[in-house]
Design a protein around this ligand. Structure first.
Ligand SMILES: *Cc1c(COP(=O)(O)O)cnc(C)c1O
Length: 430
């Protein structure tokens, strides 16, 4: 049988055009597929678990817009909700009933949440949660974990300094050194470094993805989330869980429900907007009432709580009952164990991490406990495997440092076809 190849003539032509008017041809870097050594694929549409590109190729999609589409593409209930909302007008800059309903829905699902402030992006929400934490504690320094992503907030676009210098250094030109000087960076799952940093610095907040999924999925070691809570309390810092990915995904009430560890503030995004731009920060009344106009911490947004996004988010959340999470867990487990078996059959050493609705295939024997472990993986082999998957009709996240997002409409047949393609892709790169 000839090796499958991808006809991507139209994508290539669009990319050439795009390069003239969009930096790198895209509006967000990972879409360019540079880290798997190919050019981007332009999408024409999506339906259920599949996307179709502009050349007519179909793929089982495991990006699902990087998390929002937990019900897959163009779900009829979500589309109807958006259509109905759009027919009434797209934005008012005045409060609407849907915003109250969505906040109530979020509070009902996440026990630590009494009040919600909506924003348009996860970046804005985490930036605003930090502002609130700094106001509430009267402190400035923030602790974050190496390899965690909280949006492109200046102070959080920080890399670990070398040696004993735990003070952050800018991870991008254009980020002022002053913005990252108040950021302390610790390795994920590194209990000793966390202890040392929390003894040395007076912190406004410890901010963590409780199930970090932006260095690939690297779950917390047993007891590590509990340690975050304990160290935050001992320090007088707030604990902020960035649940932009894990919220409404790993469990109904997110990672905090799964782990039983309660943060002070929660950052939400992705699923909460059901594929439209929406995010939020949320927490107990006593903290959230510091936010203007109830309190003195300023934060605002022209399109915050946008009626279309709220409608999509509400429809998305209301479809997420206990049965949905049981199905998503089973789907993820079927995929994870199938991928492990396919790799083993091909003699390829991989380490597959998984949580409900999330999975990463690390190209290394594992374990992967932190960013350094993830970065030590064989990224060239991973890239080659991803290109082979694309040629076989499976669209994986095109980076070793991202998670797969299986959805509720990836049925057993879709998963089995994915595992078959993965086995062939492992054989092709052997
Ligand atoms: C995607 C993401 C963000 C940023 O959200 P945007 O809507 O892209 O600004 C923040 N935190 C985490 C954990 C994310 O995965």
């Amino acid at each position: 049988m000839p090796e499958p190849t991808l006809n991507d003539a139209r994508s290539a032509a669009l990319y050439a055009e795009a390069l003239r008017v969009l930096p790198g041809g895209v509006n967000s870097p990972v879409r360019a597929m540079r880290s798997i050594g190919r050019d981007p694929i332009f999408v024409a549409g999506g339906e259920g678990p599949e996307i179709v590109d502009v050349d007519g190729n179909r793929y089982l999609d495991y990006v699902c817009s990087w998390g929002p589409l937990i019900h897959g593409h163009a779900h009829p209930v979500v589309l109807d909700a958006v259509r109905e909302a759009a027919a009434r007008g797209t934005s008012f800059g005045a409060p609407t009933a849907g915003e109250v309903e969505l906040a109530e829905e979020v509070a009902a699902r996440i026990p630590s949440v009494e009040m919600v402030r909506m924003t348009s992006s996860g970046t804005e929400a985490s930036m605003s949660a930090l502002r609130l934490a700094r106001a509430a504690t009267g402190r400035e320094t923030i602790l974050k974990f190496s390899g965690a992503y909280h949006g492109h907030v200046d102070g959080l676009l920080a890399e670990a300094g070398s040696g004993l210098a735990t003070q952050g250094i800018p991870a991008s030109p254009g980020v002022p050194a002053a913005a990252t000087a108040a950021t302390v960076i610790v390795g994920w799952n590194d209990a000793e470094a966390l202890r040392a940093a929390t003894e040395r610095h007076e912190l406004a907040a410890i901010v963590a993805e409780p199930y970090p999924a932006n260095m690939g999925l690297v779950p917390p070691a047993p007891g590590f989330l509990e340690l975050l809570r304990e160290r935050a309390d001992a320090n007088g810092a707030l604990l902020i869980f960035d649940e932009v990915i894990s919220g409404f995904r790993v469990a109904r009430g997110g990672a905090q429900q799964l782990s039983g560890v309660t943060p002070d503030l929660t950052v939400l995004g992705k699923v909460i907007g059901g594929g439209l731009p929406a995010a939020a920060y949320a927490g107990p009344r006593a903290l959230m009432e510091r936010v203007a106009p109830a309190g003195d911490v300023y934060q605002a947004g022209t399109l915050s709580g946008n009626p279309l996004a709220v409608a999509a988010g509400l429809a998305t959340l209301r479809l997420l009952d206990d049965d949905a999470y049981a199905r998503l867990a089973a789907t993820t487990e079927r995929l994870a164990s199938g991928l492990r078996a396919a790799a083993a059959d091909a003699g390829r050493a991989v380490h597959v991490t998984a949580a409900t609705g999330l999975l990463t295939v690390f190209f290394g024997a594992g374990p992967v406990r932190d960013y350094a472990d993830a970065a030590a993986c064989d990224r060239d082999a991973h890239a080659a495997w991803c290109r082979e998957l694309l040629a076989r009709g499976v669209y994986p996240p095109p980076s070793q440092f991202e998670a797969w997002f299986p959805s509720l409409v990836h049925d057993d047949d879709a998963i089995d076809r994915t595992i078959e393609a993965a086995a062939a892709a492992f054989a092709a790169i052997a």
